[in-house]
Write a protein that binds this ligand. Structure first.
Ligand code: AMP
Ligand code: ZN
Length: 474
């Protein structure tokens, strides 16, 4: 398996620290809103990496955090007049629903920043002791960036270049106006509480952690001082991951991560997706129109490091491509039902061996830095081969082996190709009635359960003034 390592800027042969095992940390979302389809890209591509490595026989310890203390969460909490943890808990639950819809497996551990504050205080204390950090008079603690000689080794920036004109990039490194700060490049590890903000006791002041420290602490706690792979979107390379390295390596005295993987950005109609431009879609918006299986398939049509353009046309194209695979599987099911012979003829045995070559080619594409674009092309070649040879076959064994191969490969990608069990209209209406009754009885838990059950089967509910309407996602 070759992985493009952001730090060395080369594709490298993957060698795990412990044979047969992989420790992997993926920076997760800040939970103040429904996740958008940009956030979904790292979830889908690194889940695919995990599935593929598991298929190759590795045991993957996969950690992905939820950042549940942050300015945006606090702002939203103040707007809704609710405690910050109610906002973060709500959006963690919503994020998990979207993950399920996209067939993203839950991480081995999903730590939350607010549950790891003690560990952060310990690491900050340790950094102060080692002279890599210092508290100031108002209780803010800064990291002494220049003291970490290798600062910039991931993003290939050096502090002198940043100083002579590129400073705008260093949003976390800007002058703060705090006169006790020793250097513009120093970044915050701990900051004092402001009115209306959640706060924790610490040796320096009542306050809360800076953003970067949580990942250093959680990665060490759940995976160890040196981990195999650290991943996230490319916007995190600088300053977030650079700062994580500075914190972890100064505190632990050993390399932090052996491989750094970063996904490229998702654009909308060739324009960078951003909330301020208003050109963004939540995963929930997409789920209104499509089965999220289509979104997952669409995301994997590009290699994860390439930029990926999202548009209505491209989603439609993804939907019909995926349908071609599903139709082939459906066709095989139909043929199997009517197949007369069990065993394969010699010709079918030969064809089976040919079909097996597609699996090797799929693996070759995936082994090349997870080239899912090429891997999907191989699946289409297999589908073509199936369509060419299956019709003439009356052997159940041969037909079943073809289906097995398509399902094996699509399963590795987390793509579902078998028909969902269809609900009859009458069953749907009975469930909707039960949900209305549950709501009347204020049993919102049951009402939500029913909505989720229906949504998992592709039924979308809409509460209107005229009552509940439903439709099937296509
Ligand atoms: P955030 O909640 O902004 O910290 O983002 C969570 C994850 O989503 C990070 O790994 C980001 O790099 C990633 N991400 C955010 N926006 C996009 C985008 N438009 N395309 C790809 N990845 C993104
Ligand atoms: Zn992180």
């Amino acid at each position: 398996m070759k992985i493009f390592n952001t730090q060395t800027r080369r594709k490298e042969e993957f060698k795990p620290i412990e044979p047969g095992k992989i420790s992997m940390y993926v920076c997760g979302p800040t939970v103040y809103n429904l996740i958008h389809i940009g956030n979904a890209r790292p979830m889908i591509v690194f889940d695919t990496f995990r599935r593929y490595m598991t298929h190759k026989g590795y045991e993957v310890n996969y950690v992905s955090n939820f950042t549940d203390v942050d300015d945006k969460i606090i702002k939203k909490a103040n707007e809704e007049n609710l405690p910050a943890n109610e906002i973060s808990e709500r959006y963690i639950a919503e994020c998990k629903k979207d993950m399920e819809g996209m067939n993203v497996m839950p991480a081995t551990t999903h730590p939350k920043a607010t549950e790891e504050i003690d560990g952060m205080i310990d690491m900050i204390g340790d950094l102060i002791e080692k002279d890599y950090a210092y508290p100031t008079s108002d209780g803010t603690v800064y990291y002494r960036t220049r003291k970490f000689k290798e600062y910039g080794k991931l993003s290939h920036k050096n502090l002198d270049d940043l100083e002579s004109g590129h400073r705008s990039e260093g949003h976390a490194l800007k002058v703060t106006g705090n006169s006790d700060k020793e250097d513009d490049f120093d970044f915050v590890l701990w900051k004092p509480k402001k009115e209306g903000e959640p706060a924790w006791k610490s040796p320096w002041c009542d306050g809360r952690p800076g953003w970067h420290i949580e990942c250093s602490v959680m990665a060490r706690k759940y995976l160890g001082k040196t981990i195999d792979i650290h991943a996230g979107g490319e916007d995190l390379i600088f300053p977030h991951h650079e700062n994580e390295i500075a914190q972890s390596e100064a505190a632990n005295g050993v390399p932090f991560a052996n491989y750094w993987m970063h996904n490229g950005f998702l654009n909308i109609d060739n324009v960078k997706m951003s909330k301020s431009l208003g050109n963004f879609f939540t995963v929930r918006d997409i789920a209104e129109k499509y089965d999220l299986n289509v979104l997952r398939f669409f995301m994997l049509t590009a290699q994860y490091r390439s930029p990926l353009n999202f548009s209505a046309d491209l989603m439609e194209a993804a939907k019909s491509s995926l349908a071609r695979i599903c139709t082939a599987v459906e066709h095989l099911d139909f043929l199997m039902k009517n197949a007369s012979a069990e065993a394969m003829t010699d010709e079918e045995k030969e064809n089976e061996a040919k079909a097996a070559e597609f699996i090797t080619r799929f693996d070759d594409a995936m082994d090349d830095d997870l080239n899912t674009a090429d891997a999907i092309s191989v699946i289409f070649e297999l589908v073509k081969f199936v369509n060419m040879t299956a019709l003439e076959s009356s052997s159940k064994e041969y037909l079943a082996s073809l289906k097995e191969k398509i399902v094996l490969l699509t399963d590795i990608l987390g793509i579902k190709v078998e028909k969902k069990e269809e609900l009859l209209d009458a069953d749907i209406e009975a469930l909707i009635e039960e949900r209305q009754a549950a709501r009347k009885a204020k049993d919102f838990k049951r009402a939500d359960e029913i909505r989720d059950e229906l949504s998992a089967k592709g039924i979308i509910l809409e509460d209107t003034r005229a009552g509940v309407k439903w439709k099937r996602a296509d």
